[in-house]
Ligand binder design. Structure first.
Ligand code: GDP
Length: 140
């Protein structure tokens, strides 16, 4: 099934000049970019984005990190796009990620793990609508 997913290149990825490397892997995997922009969130905006994690021990820390610098947010589309992009990213903890995945190859920390990708159709819809309106997204 053709699916859309929300991808973020997190502040560690942007500050370490990994934007091009991540996008190269996305395109090489055959995922299409339907929307893309740079943003710098406030911590309140990051808390809204990560509201599924409210109450978890790392909630303050991860939302502080996500608002610490610029991010690149993208809407990606492809067959089985949500899972395919999750596979490209690798496990949350880079030490457990498979070789060749973005997190295995670039992440430095369980929190500073370079990229975000939606984990379900419902979360993808929430996350895409959190950052983009219809005028900012191509229809392919
Ligand atoms: P993801 O879907 O693979 O990004 O993982 P989760 O949804 O479980 O967590 C969201 C984000 O919170 C992760 O990508 C990390 O940046 C961060 N995170 C997850 N687990 C931990 C943790 O145990 N400690 C800290 N500091 N951050 C974490």
């Amino acid at each position: 099934m053709l699916e859309k997913t929300l991808s973020i290149i997190k502040p560690d990825g942007v500050s370490r000049n990994l934007v091009g490397s991540v996008i190269t892997r996305v395109e090489a995997a055959g995922l299409k970019i339907l929307a893309m922009k740079m943003i710098h969130m406030t911590q309140e905006q990051a808390k809204g984005f990560y509201k599924v994690h409210e109450g978890k021990p790392f909630y303050e820390s991860v939302t502080g990190f996500m608002s610490s610098g610029a991010c690149v947010v993208m809407v990606l589309q492809g067959e089985d796009g949500i899972q395919r992009y999750r596979t490209l990213m690798g496990a949350t903890d880079h030490k457990k990620a498979d070789p060749g995945t973005i997190r295995h190859d670039f992440a430095t920390d369980i929190e500073k793990n370079v990229v975000h990708g939606s984990d379900s159709p419902a979360n993808a819809e929430y996350e895409i609508n959190y950052f983009f309106n219809a005028l900012e997204m191509v229809n392919e």
